[in-house]
Design a protein around this ligand. Structure first.
Ligand SMILES: Cc1cc2nc3c(=O)[nH]c(=O)nc-3n(C[C@H](O)[C@H](O)[C@H](O)COP(=O)(O)OP(=O)(O)OC[C@H]3O[C@@H](n4cnc5c(N)ncnc54)[C@H](O)[C@@H]3O)c2cc1C
Length: 495
């Protein structure tokens, strides 16, 4: 067998890595990652993503070296890199994981397929998640997911005698984030990249923190500890989702855990299925990255975008303390729990009446775990443009009362709120001038007024959405969306 090329993409690990193992069984391996400047110039790319990837590559480099395998990190357009590698090594097969990425990576993969065909190179693409390429029948999806997750983990490389191809050329300096035009700053306390870090998070979660999963994941205060915090490592492939699923089942089977802990782990495994359920939507319909899942909602918000409201949201100046505190936390950490993400998008989509696409691009850059399939499906779902989900409009005042009743979270992220008395915690703009003078906080100066009247703006937004929903043509279009995208479970929470 000739040289086997292994292309690392968003699968930056050595464990449970089928393309690497399969290639190593067939011949000498040529391992490489392509740092594509054009990819990093896409509007959903961010400096924090790039640095996380570089950290992960360093870790991967060391892990492969321990098996005597060299990782080549090459810069440029993938098809040009492939052509160059092919000229130098004459590799006969290309191995990689399937990727459900954004429109740009989809186009790039089509170009790679074309190149492989022209050069008579076989491209073996292996599914990395429980996402089915070319899915014809949504009814079969769940079974396919379970079957993928039940397969034994791919054996580690040390079970094989691996031969590695090393190109003699020395490693050219990699472009910096500045070279790629990725704007600063980035979160100062974000998670660090790499398989080693990802596995440590998994062990810590299953061994300790998962006890708090049940009951802890909705509060922005408790969620950073109670949630698994695995999303970023799953997104960039530092840990294998199948390994997470199987390790969780093993943890659930332990006799020394109590019922609450077990229920928490069960809820966690459902979310691991949601991961692929949502990515499947983008895999089946790539256009949902930029157009409404249900076309009956076209032209609802497109022509009314108010940039001043968008700026206020991005700059944590909406006036609703919980919303502004979430934006600050996101800026500093690159992460938010599900409920706060849903609330941010709901506020953007309803009272602020902003279209999901620019909001989604902004959030894609803010989330270190940005995963296009989950992200765009969730953006549309929380904005009411899927046409198949119950409309959930989160009231940021009520969310603050429920999730942060003592104001600990908002005071952590909004220093001016530390001086606001408890009575005015949820609606500080209502403080009478005498209270403002007594606590030394001037509304409109230290704390913004709400950018819109929440009640009026939310009612108007709901009326407009419901009017559209009642339209006979829109109702008629719903069945096709359900057929293609909806969960087949009895309960609708997966949608
Ligand atoms: C508007 C919006 C955008 C989102 N964008 C992303 C994104 O780009 N990348 C991303 O990984 N998640 C996204 N989510 C889903 C969810 O918020 C995150 O997966 C979760 O907060 C990550 O933290 P965790 O790993 O500690 O979660 P845990 O609660 O510990 O969940 C474990 C894993 O399950 C999966 N998961 C959890 N919740 C969901 C969900 N609602 N939908 C799909 N998968 C889920 C993730 O892979 C996660 O790592 C988004 C949610 C919303 C509302």
């Amino acid at each position: 067998m000739g040289v086997q090329a292994v292309w690392f993409k968003r699968d930056l690990r050595t464990l449970d890595h089928a393309p690497l193992f399969n290639a190593a069984q067939q011949g000498p391996v040529l391992c490489f990652y392509v740092l594509e400047p054009a990819l990093w110039q896409q509007p959903d790319s961010a400096r924090q993503h790039y640095h996380f990837v570089l950290e992960s590559l360093r870790d991967l480099y060391k892990a492969l070296r321990a098996h005597g395998v060299r990782l080549h990190i090459l810069v440029g357009d993938v098809t040009r890199v492939l052509q160059d590698l092919h000229t130098k090594t004459g590799f006969t097969a290309l191995h990689s994981h399937q990727e459900t990425g954004n429109d740009w990576t989809y186009g790039r993969d089509k170009a790679v397929a074309q190149w492989c065909q022209t050069c008579s190179v076989q491209w073996h693409e292996t599914p990395q998640f429980g996402v089915v390429r070319g899915l014809r029948d949504r009814n079969q999806w769940q079974r396919a997911w379970q079957s993928h997750m039940a397969k034994p983990l791919v054996p580690a490389l040390d079970t094989l005698a691996v031969t590695s191809v090393s190109l003699t050329q020395s490693q050219a300096p990699l472009p910096t984030a500045d070279d790629l035009g990725l704007p600063a700053p980035e979160p100062s306390v974000r998670q660090r990249g790499g398989q080693t870090a990802g596995r440590a998070v998994l062990v810590d979660f299953l061994g300790h923190r998962s006890k708090r999963y049940r009951g802890g994941i909705s509060s922005p205060l408790r969620a950073p500890e109670a949630c698994s915090r695995l999303s970023t490592y799953i997104t960039w492939g530092c840990v294998s989702l199948r390994e997470v699923v199987q390790s969780t089942h093993a943890a659930m089977a332990r006799s020394d855990i109590d019922a609450t802990h077990r229920k928490g782990l069960k809820a966690f495994t459902s979310r691991l299925a949601w991961h692929c359920h949502f990515i499947q939507k983008l895999e089946s319909e790539p256009a949902i990255e930029w157009r409404n899942m249900h076309r009956g909602y076209d032209d609802l918000r497109e022509h009314e975008f108010d940039p001043r409201l968008f700026e206020a949201l991005k700059e944590a100046r909406t006036g609703w303390p919980l919303v502004d505190a979430c934006v600050r936390m996101l800026n500093e950490t690159g992460w938010l729990n599900f409920r706060m993400r849903a609330m941010l998008v709901s506020v953007a989509a309803y009272p602020l009446w902003l279209h999901w696409r620019p909001v989604g691009l902004w959030l894609a850059q803010q989330f270190l775990d940005y995963e296009p399939g989950i992200h765009w499906s969730q953006l549309q779902m929380q904005s009411g443009t899927t046409g198949i989900n119950t409309t959930r409009v989160y009231n940021p005042i009520k969310q603050a009362q429920d999730q942060d009743p003592d104001g600990i979270f908002v005071r952590q992220w909004l220093p001016a709120m530390r001086r606001v008395p408890d009575t005015w915690l949820f609606e500080p703009w209502l403080m009478p001038p005498s209270v403002q003078a007594a606590c030394g906080v001037v509304v409109g100066q230290d704390i913004p007024y709400p950018v819109v009247d929440l009640e009026v703006a939310t009612r108007t937004a709901k009326d407009r959405l419901y009017a559209r929903r009642k339209d006979p043509a829109v109702r008629a279009g719903k069945a096709a969306v359900i057929e293609k995208h909806a969960s087949r479970r009895q309960t609708s929470w997966l949608d």
